[in-house]
Design a protein around this ligand. Structure first.
Ligand SMILES: CC(C)(COP(=O)(O)OP(=O)(O)OC[C@H]1O[C@@H](n2cnc3c(N)ncnc32)[C@H](O)[C@@H]1OP(=O)(O)O)[C@@H](O)C(=O)NCCC(=O)NCCS
Length: 193
Protein backbone atom coordinates (compact mmCIF):
# COMPACT_ATOMS: atom_id res chain seq x y z
CA UNK A 1 0.00 0.00 0.00
CA UNK A 2 1.37 3.41 -0.90
CA UNK A 3 0.26 6.87 0.15
CA UNK A 4 0.70 9.49 -2.51
CA UNK A 5 -0.71 12.74 -3.86
CA UNK A 6 -4.13 12.55 -5.52
CA UNK A 7 -4.04 12.65 -9.34
CA UNK A 8 -6.88 13.56 -11.72
CA UNK A 9 -7.00 9.96 -12.99
CA UNK A 10 -7.91 8.81 -9.44
CA UNK A 11 -11.31 10.52 -9.51
CA UNK A 12 -13.49 7.43 -10.08
CA UNK A 13 -11.59 5.42 -7.46
CA UNK A 14 -11.81 8.37 -5.03
CA UNK A 15 -15.61 8.65 -5.51
CA UNK A 16 -16.14 4.90 -5.10
CA UNK A 17 -13.97 4.67 -2.00
CA UNK A 18 -15.65 7.65 -0.32
CA UNK A 19 -19.16 6.43 -1.19
CA UNK A 20 -18.59 2.95 0.22
CA UNK A 21 -16.91 4.32 3.36
CA UNK A 22 -19.68 6.83 4.06
CA UNK A 23 -22.47 4.30 3.43
CA UNK A 24 -21.88 2.86 6.89
CA UNK A 25 -22.06 6.27 8.62
CA UNK A 26 -24.65 8.95 9.45
CA UNK A 27 -23.52 10.63 6.19
CA UNK A 28 -24.83 7.62 4.20
CA UNK A 29 -26.89 9.81 1.83
CA UNK A 30 -24.26 12.52 1.36
CA UNK A 31 -23.12 11.09 -1.96
CA UNK A 32 -20.77 12.95 -4.30
CA UNK A 33 -20.53 11.85 -7.92
CA UNK A 34 -17.32 13.74 -8.51
CA UNK A 35 -14.30 14.81 -6.52
CA UNK A 36 -14.68 18.02 -4.56
CA UNK A 37 -12.39 20.94 -5.48
CA UNK A 38 -11.48 23.83 -3.21
CA UNK A 39 -10.91 27.60 -3.33
CA UNK A 40 -7.80 27.47 -1.15
CA UNK A 41 -4.67 25.33 -1.33
CA UNK A 42 -4.97 21.69 -0.32
CA UNK A 43 -3.28 18.52 0.81
CA UNK A 44 -5.01 15.73 -1.14
CA UNK A 45 -3.67 12.23 -0.57
CA UNK A 46 -4.81 8.75 -1.51
CA UNK A 47 -3.87 5.27 -0.34
CA UNK A 48 -3.38 2.92 -3.28
CA UNK A 49 -3.22 -0.87 -3.12
CA UNK A 50 -2.73 -2.96 -6.28
CA UNK A 51 -4.01 -0.06 -8.38
CA UNK A 52 -7.15 0.47 -6.26
CA UNK A 53 -7.90 3.60 -4.23
CA UNK A 54 -8.50 2.23 -0.72
CA UNK A 55 -8.29 5.47 1.25
CA UNK A 56 -8.28 9.24 0.88
CA UNK A 57 -7.85 12.48 2.78
CA UNK A 58 -8.56 16.04 1.65
CA UNK A 59 -7.34 18.98 3.73
CA UNK A 60 -8.01 22.55 2.61
CA UNK A 61 -5.76 25.04 4.38
CA UNK A 62 -5.56 28.74 5.12
CA UNK A 63 -3.16 31.33 3.84
CA UNK A 64 -4.98 33.89 5.97
CA UNK A 65 -6.28 33.19 9.48
CA UNK A 66 -9.91 31.96 9.77
CA UNK A 67 -10.61 31.82 6.02
CA UNK A 68 -11.08 28.01 6.11
CA UNK A 69 -11.22 26.92 9.75
CA UNK A 70 -14.13 27.95 11.95
CA UNK A 71 -12.10 28.71 15.06
CA UNK A 72 -8.63 29.00 16.57
CA UNK A 73 -5.60 31.17 16.00
CA UNK A 74 -2.83 30.84 13.46
CA UNK A 75 -3.08 28.99 10.15
CA UNK A 76 -5.06 25.77 10.17
CA UNK A 77 -6.34 23.07 7.83
CA UNK A 78 -9.83 21.61 7.50
CA UNK A 79 -10.23 17.88 6.85
CA UNK A 80 -13.16 17.88 4.45
CA UNK A 81 -12.93 14.18 3.64
CA UNK A 82 -11.20 11.22 5.19
CA UNK A 83 -12.33 7.74 4.22
CA UNK A 84 -11.06 4.20 4.04
CA UNK A 85 -12.70 1.57 1.82
CA UNK A 86 -14.65 -0.72 4.20
CA UNK A 87 -12.94 -3.85 2.83
CA UNK A 88 -9.64 -2.42 4.09
CA UNK A 89 -10.69 -0.85 7.38
CA UNK A 90 -8.87 -1.24 10.73
CA UNK A 91 -5.52 -1.87 9.09
CA UNK A 92 -4.02 1.50 9.95
CA UNK A 93 -4.72 3.12 6.56
CA UNK A 94 -6.73 6.00 8.05
CA UNK A 95 -3.99 6.66 10.58
CA UNK A 96 -1.27 6.59 7.91
CA UNK A 97 -3.23 8.98 5.70
CA UNK A 98 -3.72 11.33 8.64
CA UNK A 99 -0.05 11.21 9.68
CA UNK A 100 1.10 11.82 6.09
CA UNK A 101 -1.24 14.84 5.88
CA UNK A 102 -0.01 16.09 9.27
CA UNK A 103 3.62 15.92 8.13
CA UNK A 104 2.80 17.97 5.07
CA UNK A 105 0.74 20.40 7.16
CA UNK A 106 3.63 20.98 9.59
CA UNK A 107 6.06 21.64 6.72
CA UNK A 108 3.62 24.19 5.29
CA UNK A 109 3.47 25.90 8.70
CA UNK A 110 -0.04 24.96 9.81
CA UNK A 111 -0.59 24.69 13.56
CA UNK A 112 -3.78 22.60 13.68
CA UNK A 113 -6.33 20.46 11.86
CA UNK A 114 -10.10 20.76 12.22
CA UNK A 115 -12.71 18.15 11.26
CA UNK A 116 -16.49 17.91 11.60
CA UNK A 117 -18.28 14.61 11.89
CA UNK A 118 -21.70 13.31 12.90
CA UNK A 119 -22.65 11.14 15.84
CA UNK A 120 -21.10 7.83 14.77
CA UNK A 121 -19.40 6.84 17.99
CA UNK A 122 -16.86 4.61 16.28
CA UNK A 123 -15.76 7.45 14.00
CA UNK A 124 -15.57 9.82 16.97
CA UNK A 125 -13.49 7.21 18.81
CA UNK A 126 -11.11 7.09 15.86
CA UNK A 127 -10.61 10.87 16.03
CA UNK A 128 -10.04 10.61 19.79
CA UNK A 129 -7.48 7.82 19.23
CA UNK A 130 -5.73 10.14 16.77
CA UNK A 131 -5.50 12.76 19.57
CA UNK A 132 -8.23 15.10 18.37
CA UNK A 133 -10.39 16.87 20.96
CA UNK A 134 -14.07 17.79 20.74
CA UNK A 135 -14.36 21.57 20.76
CA UNK A 136 -17.81 22.42 19.43
CA UNK A 137 -21.07 20.97 18.13
CA UNK A 138 -24.49 21.81 16.69
CA UNK A 139 -27.32 19.79 15.14
CA UNK A 140 -28.31 18.62 11.67
CA UNK A 141 -32.07 18.08 11.47
CA UNK A 142 -33.88 16.49 8.53
CA UNK A 143 -37.57 17.37 8.36
CA UNK A 144 -39.78 15.13 6.28
CA UNK A 145 -43.37 15.30 5.08
CA UNK A 146 -45.44 17.86 6.94
CA UNK A 147 -43.13 18.28 9.93
CA UNK A 148 -41.54 21.48 8.67
CA UNK A 149 -44.77 23.05 7.34
CA UNK A 150 -46.31 22.73 10.80
CA UNK A 151 -43.46 24.72 12.32
CA UNK A 152 -42.99 27.63 9.94
CA UNK A 153 -45.20 30.21 8.31
CA UNK A 154 -44.99 29.38 4.63
CA UNK A 155 -45.70 32.61 2.77
CA UNK A 156 -45.22 31.12 -0.65
CA UNK A 157 -48.62 30.20 -2.16
CA UNK A 158 -48.85 26.78 -3.79
CA UNK A 159 -45.42 25.81 -2.51
CA UNK A 160 -45.21 23.04 0.08
CA UNK A 161 -42.09 21.87 1.80
CA UNK A 162 -41.73 18.12 1.43
CA UNK A 163 -38.44 17.76 3.19
CA UNK A 164 -35.75 20.06 4.50
CA UNK A 165 -32.23 19.87 5.82
CA UNK A 166 -31.48 22.38 8.56
CA UNK A 167 -28.75 23.43 10.97
CA UNK A 168 -29.84 24.06 14.57
CA UNK A 169 -27.36 25.99 16.69
CA UNK A 170 -29.62 26.61 19.71
CA UNK A 171 -29.70 24.92 23.11
CA UNK A 172 -33.18 23.34 23.07
CA UNK A 173 -32.88 20.33 20.76
CA UNK A 174 -35.55 18.43 22.76
CA UNK A 175 -38.35 20.43 21.08
CA UNK A 176 -37.44 18.79 17.74
CA UNK A 177 -37.24 15.25 19.01
CA UNK A 178 -41.01 14.64 18.99
CA UNK A 179 -41.63 13.81 15.32
CA UNK A 180 -38.19 13.83 13.90
CA UNK A 181 -36.63 10.56 13.04
CA UNK A 182 -33.35 12.03 11.93
CA UNK A 183 -31.37 14.40 14.10
CA UNK A 184 -27.58 14.28 14.13
CA UNK A 185 -25.19 16.05 16.40
CA UNK A 186 -22.41 17.46 14.23
CA UNK A 187 -19.21 17.53 16.24
CA UNK A 188 -16.08 19.61 15.70
CA UNK A 189 -12.76 17.89 16.38
CA UNK A 190 -9.50 19.80 16.58
CA UNK A 191 -5.88 18.71 16.86
CA UNK A 192 -2.89 20.94 17.42
CA UNK A 193 0.18 19.79 15.51
C1 LIG B 1 -12.68 6.63 10.33
C2 LIG B 1 -11.82 5.93 9.28
C3 LIG B 1 -11.19 6.97 8.34
C4 LIG B 1 -10.74 5.12 10.00
O1 LIG B 1 -9.91 4.48 9.04
P1 LIG B 1 -9.31 3.01 9.32
O2 LIG B 1 -8.16 2.82 8.39
O3 LIG B 1 -10.41 2.01 9.22
O4 LIG B 1 -8.85 3.10 10.84
P2 LIG B 1 -7.41 2.85 11.49
O5 LIG B 1 -6.91 1.51 11.07
O6 LIG B 1 -6.55 4.04 11.27
O7 LIG B 1 -7.83 2.83 13.01
C5 LIG B 1 -8.54 1.74 13.51
C6 LIG B 1 -9.47 2.19 14.60
O8 LIG B 1 -10.55 2.98 14.05
C7 LIG B 1 -11.79 2.57 14.69
N1 LIG B 1 -12.59 1.84 13.67
C8 LIG B 1 -12.35 1.79 12.36
N2 LIG B 1 -13.32 1.11 11.73
C9 LIG B 1 -14.16 0.70 12.68
C10 LIG B 1 -15.37 -0.05 12.67
N3 LIG B 1 -15.87 -0.52 11.52
N4 LIG B 1 -15.99 -0.28 13.84
C11 LIG B 1 -15.51 0.20 15.00
N5 LIG B 1 -14.36 0.93 15.08
C12 LIG B 1 -13.70 1.16 13.94
C13 LIG B 1 -11.38 1.64 15.81
O9 LIG B 1 -11.11 2.48 16.92
C14 LIG B 1 -10.11 1.03 15.28
O10 LIG B 1 -9.25 0.52 16.27
P3 LIG B 1 -9.32 -1.06 16.62
O11 LIG B 1 -9.37 -1.80 15.34
O12 LIG B 1 -8.07 -1.28 17.43
O13 LIG B 1 -10.58 -1.22 17.43
C15 LIG B 1 -12.67 4.95 8.42
O14 LIG B 1 -13.21 3.96 9.25
C16 LIG B 1 -13.76 5.55 7.59
O15 LIG B 1 -13.62 5.71 6.38
N6 LIG B 1 -14.94 5.87 8.20
C17 LIG B 1 -16.07 6.33 7.44
C18 LIG B 1 -15.89 7.72 6.87
C19 LIG B 1 -15.90 8.77 7.96
O16 LIG B 1 -16.74 8.76 8.83
N7 LIG B 1 -14.93 9.73 7.90
C20 LIG B 1 -14.79 10.77 8.89
C21 LIG B 1 -15.77 11.88 8.78
S1 LIG B 1 -15.30 13.02 7.52
Amino acid sequence: MIIRDYKVKDELGWVRCRTLAFLQTAYFDHVLNKKEHYENPTIELVAELDGQIVGLIDVEYEKEERTVCSRGEGLGGMIWHIAVHPDFSRQGIGQQLLYAAENKAKKIGLNRLEAWTRDDLWVQNWYKKMNFNIVDSYYHIYFEGDEMNQRIQNNMPNLYLVNAFTHYVGEDIEQYKTNNKRIHQCVCFEKYL
